[in-house]
Design a protein around this ligand. Structure first.
Ligand code: ATP
Ligand code: MG
Length: 211
């Protein structure tokens, strides 16, 4: 049995065409069904539905043989036990620093001010500000980062942006790009050896579908 870990939402939606190109069709829509294990048209392939941030963990411990996760999530996880096989070029966005319109971020940085930054991406944020030599107090949040500067929890946030619509709706502006993000196919290192015959054709099919 080959087990693929996916998260609901954009990653699931954007992985479907790649699966299809590999000859795999899922038998249920996770948005409608509450099932967490979904069968496919192939007896030897199943999909498990997990939280986006949990995908690397399932693959790391071999509970899933492979999975699709954002670079953001993989960087925070660290990648232990994972073979990063392929950039799928899906769920594209960028990791940014954003601040309220009225806050002069560049000036605060120039003056060497200590900044309070709220984010889910503590590791990426710590590395980014350390590289720039900016002193920050990081506040770990699990969602809705955009709210933090509006209610005085933080001066700025580090979050993913694609269209910028959520920032605009909350009077925030992007002040710095940290890096571009897309989703990757990751494979359990041991499974890649032990189940090579089953996994490699799948990885190859994904690779040619991406091109
Ligand atoms: P939840 O929404 O359940 O709290 P989540 O926010 O981690 O979990 P998603 O919002 O579906 O889940 O994001 C999953 C992945 O999709 C992220 O890890 C990231 O790589 C990518 N992503 C997030 N936001 C965007 C976006 N606005 N545009 C494109 N890709 C995005
Ligand atoms: Mg989300």
């Amino acid at each position: 049995m080959i087990t693929l870990a996916l998260s609901k939402g954009r990653i699931f939606e954007e992985t479907l065409p790649l699966l299809k190109a590999a000859g795999i069709e899922v038998s249920e829509d996770p948005e409608k069904s509450r099932k967490l294990i979904i069968g496919t048209n192939r007896d030897d392939v199943r999909v498990i539905i997990v939280r986006a941030t949990d995908v690397p963990t399932y693959v790391q411990f071999g509970a899933a043989d492979l999975g699709v996760a954002g670079k953001d999530v993989l960087d925070e996880h660290g990648g232990d036990g994972l073979y990063q096989s392929l950039d799928l070029n899906i769920a594209r966005c960028r990791l940014c620093v954003a601040a309220p319109k009225g806050f002069d971020y560049q000036r605060a940085v120039r003056q060497g001010n200590r900044l309070r930054v709220a984010t889910k991406y503590v590791k990426a944020a710590r590395e980014h500000f350390a590289d720039k030599g900016v002193h920050v107090d990081l506040i770990k949040l699990y969602g809705s980062m955009e709210l933090a500067p509006l209610v005085g929890l933080a001066d700025a946030i580090v979050d993913l942006v694609s269209s910028g619509g959520t920032l605009r709706a909350n009077n925030l502006v992007e002040v710095e790009e940290i890096g571009s993000i897309s989703s990757r196919l990751v494979v359990n290192q041991a499974a890649l050896k032990l189940k090579h015959e089953g996994l490699q054709p799948l990885i190859d099919a994904f690779a040619s579908a991406v091109k």
